[in-house]
Design a protein around this ligand. Structure first.
Ligand code: ADP
Ligand code: MG
Length: 237
């Protein structure tokens, strides 16, 4: 069974008299351990579809299944629980807590969601920081590390709860070209290591080449699905 199934999904926004069709009748399915990107120009519906898969919003029409659950039928509480247990998020603007260290930022979801003991937490955080190559920066604060390093911390934070699926809306948009590719390679490496599915969005041609499956959106319609055979060739970090 696919990890994500989207069936006849539409999302309309009503702003005054005008109805915006952010997504129109989208159908797709994404397998476990995939490395997938949504691409398309600004306003094509990338954020909308990621927010729907991420249980941050509900479709106007259609059904969305994630890990076998029909998430569009969830109430607020169920959505929040599902986000905490099954999903991880990486943001364009990193969204680290400025007053917490690298270590504490990665530890945070374990305190809030998993309620692990402090010794177990420490073990999990250190292991994850090692995986993303940030162990030596564990006591630094976000303003003491680069943008690329911040996003590495954010990748560790997203994965420390062992989610099935990580969603990342334009995760490289605030990074220079080299740091952007490094972060995407790290994400793909983490998919290899943990078998976590990654779904991200981008409008950067260099970054989209790194996805294994590319879904193209245009005016809310899914107009293309492309398998990118070359994406795996240079997955060195
Ligand atoms: P992208 O992420 O590809 O730039 P979005 O998913 O953010 O696109 O937006 C798709 C369309 O939906 C755009 O026309 C946008 O203006 C519209 N839209 C998105 N969110 C809202 C909202 N909360 N209210 C009204 N219109 C919205
Ligand atoms: Mg967007």
């Amino acid at each position: 069974m696919a990890l994500v199934e989207i069936e006849n999904v539409s999302k309309f926004y009503q702003t005054g008299e005008v109805q915006v069709k952010a997504l129109s009748d989208v159908n797709l399915s994404i397998d476990e351990a995939s490395f997938v990107s949504f691409v398309g120009p600004s306003g094509s519906g990338k954020t909308t579809i990621l927010n729907l898969i991420g249980c941050l919003d509900k479709p106007t029409k259609g059904k969305i299944f994630v890990d076998g659950d029909e998430v569009n039928a969830f109430d607020r509480r169920q959505r929040a629980k599902f986000r905490g247990t099954t999903l991880g998020f990486i943001f364009q603007a990193f969204n680290l807590f400025p007053v917490l260290t690298t270590f504490e930022n990665v530890e945070y979801p374990l305190v809030m969601i998993k309620n692990e003991s402090s010794s177990k937490r420490r073990e999990m955080v250190l292991k994850m920081l090692e995986s993303v190559g940030m162990l030596d920066q564990k006591d630094k604060f976000p303003d003491q590390i680069s943008g690329g390093q911040k996003q590495r911390v954010a990748v560790a934070r997203a994965l420390v709860t062992s989610p099935k699926l990580v969603l990342a809306d334009e995760p490289t948009a605030n990074l220079d070209k080299k740091a952007a590719l490094n972060v995407i390679h790290l994400m793909r490496h983490m998919r290899d290591e943990f078998k976590t599915t990654f779904i991200f969005s981008t409008h950067d041609p260099g970054v989209m080449e790194e996805a294994e499956i590319l879904y193209t959106l245009e005016d809310g319609r899914l107009i293309d699905r492309k398998i990118n055979q070359g994406a795996r060739d240079d997955s060195n970090l």
